[in-house]
Design a protein around this ligand. Structure first.
Ligand code: B1M
Length: 217
């Protein structure tokens, strides 16, 4: 198989043996680290999601695939392009919402934003809104970013926005939302119309990066 397909296959099979050599080969072929993630690793993860969703793959195997994904991203991370300069462009508190353990997407957002000059305070998974507020206060954040992949996480995000509003904090931090269960319409029409502050939807980490500039300004 060509190297890109081989890497996708490793994600699907949850096969870490020889992963580092394949990553090195892809880099030696002049593939860009971010393109390897977006074009190959994520397409493997897409297949895993489909197989799992249709009952053809069991959870422990999904977990193995996630492990391979995380290892591959960690191997590629040092090869990703970084903007130079010391000053940070702004600070975001990033969390996966209460009840949700999915963190691969959130951690990709962390890497992309960090490499592009933002300070990211990544407080982890299953985080209640109170923890996000605490971290945002402590680090004087400009933005709160929430990730969640489960359908129920979209409801949790709505509750989190309600909590921010009821504490009078809606205008203090703009909120960036991302994760596979969300839709642009849900965030930008439904949620945004009920939230007195700014709430934006990022389809992927790059849209998250593009949105940071206006949100921080
Ligand atoms: Co889970 N899982 N999972 N899972 N899992 C999904 C989400 C699911 C769609 C699979 C399916 O059924 N087809 C399904 C959700 C169904 C639903 O809610 N309707 C599901 C389920 C059901 C579950 C469990 C409930 C299974 C169970 O226990 N019976 C359980 C949930 C536990 C919990 O959270 N309480 C569970 C567990 C797991 C594992 C632990 C095995 C593992 C996660 C490991 C980990 O993250 N450490 C896992 C995985 C790997 C998946 C799939 C297969 C892949 C997710 C992933 O990492 N994708 C997933 C299927 C799918 O999504 N197609 C699935 C790659 C990642 C880069 O994409 O996170 O979407 P994503 O991030 C994207 C964008 O969304 C965006 O940027 C990234 C790309 O650039 N983005 C942001 C994300 N967050 C952002 C934040 C931003 C901006 C952009 O700003 C703040």
């Amino acid at each position: 198989l060509p190297i890109g397909e081989r890497l996708a296959r490793r994600i699907i099979d949850g096969n870490k043996k020889g992963l580092e050599a394949d990553v090195d080969e892809a880099l030696a072929d002049r593939m860009k680290a971010l393109d390897i993630v977006n074009d190959h690793l994520l397409s493997g993860m897409q297949v895993v999601g489909e197989l799992f969703g249709s009952g053809q793959m069991q959870l422990p195997f999904v977990l193995q695939s996630a492990e391979v994904m995380k290892t591959a991203v960690a191997l590629l991370e040092p090869h990703m392009e970084k903007v130079a300069g010391e000053a940070t462009k702004g600070t975001i508190v990033l969390a996966t919402v209460r009840g949700d353990v999915h963190d691969i997407g959130k951690n990709l957002v962390d890497i992309i934003l960090t490499n592009n000059g933002y300070k990211v305070v990544n407080i982890g998974i299953k985080q209640p809104i109170s923890a996000m507020i605490e971290a945002a206060e402590e680090h004087d954040a400009d933005v709160i970013g929430m990730s969640g992949l489960l359908v129920k996480s979209t409801v949790v995000m709505k509750e989190n926005l309600q909590e921010l509003a009821s504490r009078g904090l809606a205008s203090r931090w703009p909120v960036l939302l991302g994760g596979a269960a969300l839709t642009r319409t849900y965030v930008e029409d439904d949620l945004a119309s009920q939230f007195p502050g700014t709430v934006r939807y990022a389809r992927d980490a790059f849209e998250g990066l593009r949105l940071m500039e206006p949100l921080v300004a």
